[in-house]
Structures are given as C-alpha cells and as structure tokens.
Design a protein around this ligand. Structure first.
Ligand code: DC
Length: 232
C-alpha cells in the first residue's frame, strides 16, 4: 500500500511550527499532529503522580500504566491522558518545563516515537516536533527545520499565549532553558535532519514563511492539491 505524504516540521519552541503546520494541514487537506502535546500529557501524569522528572526508571514504570491519545484534526489537536481531556491544562508552564524534562529519557522517547509512527503510518499528515525528520519519519517527503533568534521566539511566545500579567523576561528565560535541554539531550536532540530545508524566520514575515514552505510541499508532493484555503 502506498502511503500519503508526510510533512515533518521540526524546530525549537516559538519558531512558528504550530502556525505553519496548522496552515499546511488546512491548505493541503492533511491531518496536523502536534507531537509535543504527547510529551506534555505524560509530563502532566508525572506531576499528578508526584513523580520526579529526573527518575528515569520510575517514569518508565509510570508510562506502562499510562494512556496518551492524540486526537488529530486539521486545526488544534485534542489530547487525552488516561481518557481525560487535558488539552488546555498541558499548556501551563509547569507542564511545559516538565515535558522538556521527561522527554530526555530514552524509554519515554521510544514509547512516544512508536505511538507517533502508528499515528502517521498511513501518511496524509503534517507532523510537528523536534525529531520528526530525524527519528520518527526519516523518510518524510518534506522536512523543514524552522528556527528564529531566541529574542524573536521569546517575544512571539509572549504575544501568543502568555496569560495576562505574565512576565516576558520569565517566559524568555524558560524558553532558553528548554532550548538548551532539547538541543543538548543525549537521545535524539533537537537538530536538523541532514536533508531538511532550514528556514530562519527571524526577519521573515509569516506570509513569506508560509509561501516558501507551500512551494516546497508542491515541489516534493506533486500529487497533493490545495483544498483552496487561502493564507490569512
Ligand atoms: O512542541 P512543544 O513545545 O509542545 O514540546 C514540549 C516539549 O516536548 C519540548 O520542550 C521537547 C519535547 N518534545 C520532544 O522531545 N520531541 C518532540 N517531537 C516534541 C516535543
């Protein structure tokens, strides 16, 4: 059976992956899969179980009794933890930091990668994360590594989803800490696949980033037709 196209969007927090992935999914009629939400759901489980983020063995045991389900959609995934919808809760800052910490452990990554490969097996997906083009789908049809300067990413994060009264300096500090951990972990660190197209969006307007990636998808997946969704 031939599978549908797989588009991998990797990069650090605040680089614009979600916006790009959501747009591509709508534009080309694909499913959008936010893999970070799965690590976030498991981090929430660790928090609710009072589990140390650094205790690899205890986390592995915890994982065996945990169900993380990603319900893909063209826009906005829902995430279930042991059957309960945790989509909103996993965006809180304790979970954000926890996700970056639980995701350093090889056993947790193996589990998540297996689930993600299963979700994308039939293709027809845009999958965003940190290791999609390197580990989850090394044979993806399109691989984009999206980056931007830490200052610009911190500012975008603050404007997009900071709660009222949030401290921009704290958001920026958390983002740098997370970057540092995600890029330097021993197991599948955040890095571009050798055949990824790297795009630095620091000085690029969103429309230009979207147009560039749409062109790339059209060139690599000639059978894929736009569904007619215009760029906003
Ligand atoms: O994309 P996000 O901010 O929701 O991801 C949360 C954390 O999950 C991120 O800091 C590192 C981890 N992650 C990962 O290790 N691999 C992925 N494919 C996606 C996320």
């Amino acid at each position: 059976m031939t599978r549908g196209p797989i588009i991998a969007i990797d990069g650090p927090a605040g680089a614009g992956k979600s916006t790009v992935a959501r747009h591509l999914a709508e534009h080309f009629g694909l499913l959008n899969l936010e893999t970070g939400a799965m690590y976030r759901a498991f981090a929430l489980k660790a928090i609710l179980s009072d589990q140390d983020f650094d205790d690899a063995e205890a986390l592995e045991r915890l994982a065996t009794g945990t169900a993380v389900t990603l319900k893909p959609a063209r826009a906005g995934n829902r995430v279930l933890l042991d059957g309960a919808d945790v989509t909103e809760r996993i965006r809180d800052s304790d979970v954000t930091q926890g996700a970056s910490r639980v995701s350093v452990h090889p056993a947790i990554r193996r589990w998540m990668v297996g689930l993600q490969q299963e979700l994308g097996r039939a293709g027809g997906v845009v999958m965003e994360g940190r290791d999609i083009g390197t580990v989850v789908f090394p044979d993806a049809d399109v691989k984009v590594f999206l980056d931007a300067s830490p200052e610009v990413r911190g500012q975008r994060r603050y404007e997009q989803n900071a709660p009222a009264g949030a401290d921009p300096t704290a958001i920026s500090r958390e983002l740098r800490e997370r970057d540092e951990r995600d890029r330097n972990r021993a197991n599948s660190p955040l890095q571009p696949a050798p055949d990824a197209v790297s795009i630095d969006s620091t000085a690029m307007p969103l429309q230009a980033v979207l147009a560039r990636i749409e062109d790339l998808v059209r060139a690599r997946c000639p059978g894929l037709k736009a569904t007619g969704t215009a760029r906003e």
